[in-house]
Design a binder for this molecule. Structure first.
Ligand code: 13P
Length: 342
């Protein structure tokens, strides 16, 4: 490894340190607005700020969280004590990260498919985010399963964008989280999810290789292999873990610094149980951890509900999920942890 790759590798390794995972708190303002609206919380800038502060200041969260993905608005905001959020997180030994894609847009000429945008001006934006304290970034590609889709063209377009983003991040001294998400909300079987994930990862790693992205200085954020939500198919925790590990081993170079799964709409308990089983299986050449958004935040957001008096209860809910997923990185999660209290 050259010196630059060693620096990236040190950050990436810290992101997937034993017992720790990543808090994906990078919902764009429209996305968090939707989550707030569902709970009757007004989506003002101050409410978004105080919600994030509630989460970041939960006592001891840094024992379970290695890094936090922020959104452009949040990386520029401050905690109540006046410390900017990146500074606040750094003091807790939590690495600040930043979402840099500008969203998945309709792919022209390919109905039902998306391509993620955000490459124009990315070099300059990364330089600014580095100055603001970000040491890793996230770019999410969205792959939809449906009639005759995903097309090869959609996979290639998204892989190309992920690879260009990855190379730009590494040039800037920022670790890229490479997130090719195969969605789980369709009516496909688990076997189809496996086949699409297989092809997606194969296409993405080919593009990363050609772009010169250093695998030691990146973190992969994949979906797990699960049946589509509308399929009616039931899979055991063991089946999900086995097929997920199999498809990763088939496609992901051992030199990748770590794998941090997305939760993608799994329930809180499923997301913890699946990660736990993956770690119990053993034999993976990479650390396997979480980079959960919904599966870490839903309970805390519901409990907080935008009311200052619920702050401590929201923090307790946040810590419960963080602790459960931390235990899952050791294969030591159990149902009892759900009711153990904090
Ligand atoms: P979920 O865990 O809610 O899928 O969010 C993770 C994420 O960052 C999606 O880009």
């Amino acid at each position: 490894m050259d010196d630059k790759t060693k620096e990236l590798n040190a950050i990436a390794t810290a992101m997937v340190a034993p017992g720790k995972g990543i808090l994906a708190a990078d919902e764009s303002s429209p996305t968090i607005g939707k989550r707030f609206a569902a709970l009757g919380i007004e989506s003002t800038e101050e409410n978004r700020r105080s919600y994030r502060e509630m989460f970041f200041s939960a006592e001891g969260i840094q024992e379970y969280v290695s890094g936090t993905i922020l959104y452009d608005e949040t990386i520029r905001q401050s905690a109540s004590d006046g410390t900017t959020f990146p500074e606040y997180l750094k003091k807790l030994n939590i690495i600040p990260g930043i979402k840099v894609d500008t969203g998945a847009k309709d792919l022209a000429g390919h109905p039902g498919e998306k391509v993620t945008e955000g490459l124009d001006g990315l070099r300059e934006r990364l330089a600014e985010y580095y100055e603001l304290g970000a040491r890793f970034a996230k770019w999410r590609a969205v792959i939809t399963i449906g009639d005759g889709i995903p097309s090869d063209y959609c996979l290639e377009a998204n892989a190309h964008a992920l690879a260009r983003y990855g190379a730009l991040c590494q040039e800037a001294g920022i670790v890229p989280i490479i997130e090719p998400e195969v969605l789980m909300d369709a009516d496909n079987t688990m076997e189809t999810c496996y086949a699409v994930t297989d092809k997606t990862l194969h296409t993405v790693f080919g593009a990363l290789y050609r772009a010169g992205v250093k695998f030691e200085g990146m973190v992969l954020k994949p979906n797990m292999v699960v049946p589509g939500k509308k399929s009616g198919q039931k899979a055991t925790v063991r089946q999900v873990a086995e097929l997920t590990l199999e498809v990763l081993k088939k496609n992901v170079p051992a030199s990748v610094a770590g794998i941090a799964f997305l939760s993608g709409g799994q329930s809180d308990q499923e997301a913890s149980a699946h990660l736990n089983e993956l770690n119990k299986l053993g034999g993976a050449p990479w650390p396997l951890t979480y980079s959960y958004g919904r599966a870490l935040q839903t309970a805390a957001m519901e409990t907080w509900a935008g009311k200052p008096e619920n702050r401590a209860a929201g923090q307790a809910a946040a810590l419960l999920r963080a602790r459960a997923n931390s235990a899952a990185t050791y294969g030591k999660y159990s149902e009892q942890l759900e009711t153990a209290g904090v």
